[in-house]
Write a protein that binds this ligand. Structure first.
Ligand SMILES: [Cu+2]
Length: 128
């Protein structure tokens, strides 16, 4: 019985370690070149989207993989057909975007997140 309990606790510790390692892994992916069609964007508590500028193409679908490293943030754009999307720690959310018109779109953070909220924006450059 004692041995079973020890194994159980060891398993729990491994699960906890695995869960703890996940945010670090996700952060590591942030600056990597995104997989085809997917762009990773991290919102942080210091009022930044990283990367702060992304490029898309007219008629091509890009999936935004949104995560937060701290605080609750939001993204929305009527012109890019992005519904109000809540970005919060521990809950990655994907939004598929297919731009229909070239241009530069500046998306301010859509949910008040603190002192740096007013400066928090994501710039989307849509090319033909
Ligand atoms: Cu904000």
């Amino acid at each position: 019985m004692k041995r079973t309990l020890t194994t159980f606790i060891a398993t729990l510790a491994l699960i906890a370690l695995g869960a703890g390692a996940r945010p670090a892994g996700a952060a590591g992916v942030t600056n990597a070149v995104a997989a085809a069609g997917t762009t990773n964007i991290v919102a942080s508590s210091d009022g930044k989207f990283t990367p702060s500028t992304i490029v898309m193409h007219v008629g091509e679908t890009t999936t935004l993989h949104l995560t937060s490293s701290g605080g609750v943030h939001g993204l929305v754009s009527n012109r890019l057909h992005i519904p109000l999307t809540r970005i919060q720690p521990g809950k990655a959310v994907n939004v598929a975007v297919t731009p229909s018109k070239a241009g530069t779109y500046v998306l301010p953070c859509a949910i008040f997140c603190g002192l740096n909220h007013a400066n928090m924006k994501l710039t989307v450059i849509v090319k033909q």
